[in-house]
Design a binder for this molecule. Structure first.
Ligand SMILES: *[C@@H]1O[C@H](CO)[C@@H](O)[C@H](O)[C@H]1NC(C)=O
Ligand SMILES: *[C@@H]1O[C@H](CO)[C@@H](O)[C@H](O)[C@H]1NC(C)=O
Length: 344
């Protein structure tokens, strides 16, 4: 029995608690909205985005009778005036980063109240530059690119984007709350390969100041950075069979950066050859190994050179055999006939 009543008591208590919490929130809500409704001021616009050094104007309007109203501001304050229902805060050249601006009113009945104006002061970066520690990169190794954004505000609206040609690789946002200009350095790790030859990396600083901000978004780009990638020679095939002919070459040419040096080795080659191509007609049959080498490494390729003469030789032998067989047949037939004749 006791076990049965217990959950009932608990659920009642929970319901009671919920009511208390709800009531508390309702009280807070009505206090907040009541307070706002109490200050009879309207700002137009309600928030502004201003370029540092730029101009700004915001109206403050009331529809009630008052003992005075004005603008409190760290720049361009408007002293309290009576007999006016609209006053304008105006600055022709804003040169403060952290602006505190409020419109206030002294109603006939009740205490002074004020409304805050949200002011965002921005500045495009003085420069955006890209750099790398070392100009030349080796294929397959990791390198760091650096993007420096100088003198930009506000940093929480800044996005730094990395591009390779037209492809967006990465982007960074900042959670700093500085209102004054800052310098930002962002790095990107890349592992270039031979496909990156001729690729251009660049970074871009973008300021997104919301709907009130400039459209299109303010962007500043770095110069493109051409990466030079060093890579070693690599033949697509490590052996190749060649039939000797006037037109046929032993071609060892292979791409690499820097360009490779070539060396050939074979029992037949007496002198040193540095060309990447040899004429097959000037060589005797055999194996020829070519080595392509640059500062990163080397890759060899074997050419198996076969002579065409060999084929001709076997053709002659074959013809000889055929002719011999034909002659033997002819002789046999002749002999057969002759012996028949002699019998008759
Ligand atoms: C940003 O860098 C510039 C140039 O190096 C320097 O003069 C300036 O003081 C830096 N600003 C900040 C906020 O560190
Ligand atoms: C950018 O600026 C606008 C206007 O100042 C602001 O409302 C918005 O929250 C900012 N965006 C970010 C991501 O901080």
């Amino acid at each position: 029995m006791q076990k049965g009543t217990f959950p009932l008591t608990t659920s009642l208590r929970v319901t009671y608690m919920r009511l208390v919490v709800l009531g508390f929130f309702f009280l807070c809500f009505s206090l907040l909205t009541g307070a706002e409704a109490e200050c009879p001021l309207k700002l137009n616009p309600q928030r502004v985005v201003v370029r540092y050094g730029g101009s700004v104007a915001v109206n403050c309007k009331t529809s009630v009778v008052h003992k005075g109203m004005g603008w409190e501001a760290s720049e361009g304050a408007v002293p309290m005036t009576k007999n006016q229902s609209l006053i304008t805060w105006k600055v022709s050249e804003l040169t403060q980063w952290d602006m505190s601006v409020q419109c206030f009113i002294n109603p006939v009945d009740g205490a002074q109240c004020l409304v805050n104006l949200t002011v965002t002061v921005y500045k495009s970066p003085d420069s955006v530059s890209i750099s790398t520690v070392n100009g030349t990169m080796k294929e397959g190794q990791q390198y760091e690119l650096q993007c420096d954004v100088h003198d930009v505000a506000p940093v929480q609206n800044l996005t730094v984007k990395w591009y390779k040609n037209q492809t967006l690789l990465h982007q960074t946002n900042f959670s700093d709350t500085d209102k004054t200009p800052v310098n930002k350095t962002v790095t990107l790790l890349i592992r270039p390969d031979r496909a990156d030859i001729g690729a251009q990396y660049w970074c871009e600083a973008e300021l997104d100041l919301g709907a009130e901000g400039p459209q299109p978004l303010l962007t500043s780009s770095s110069e493109p950075l051409n990466v030079e990638v060093y890579y070693k020679p690599r033949h697509s095939r490590s052996t190749e069979t060649i039939i000797k002919d006037v037109k046929v070459m032993l071609n060892c040419t292979v791409k690499s950066n820097p360009a490779p040096d070539y060396t050939w080795s074979s029992d037949d080659l007496k002198e040193k050859i540095s060309s990447s191509v040899l004429k097959s007609s000037e060589l005797s049959p055999g194996n020829y190994t070519c080595n392509a080498t640059n500062i990163l490494g080397s890759d060899s390729k074997v050419f198996i050179l076969k002579s065409k003469e060999k084929t001709t030789f076997w053709a002659i032998v074959l013809v000889g055999v055929v002719v011999a067989v034909a002659l033997i047949f002819a002789y046999l037939i002749f002999k057969c006939k002759f012996s028949k004749n002699s019998l008759i």
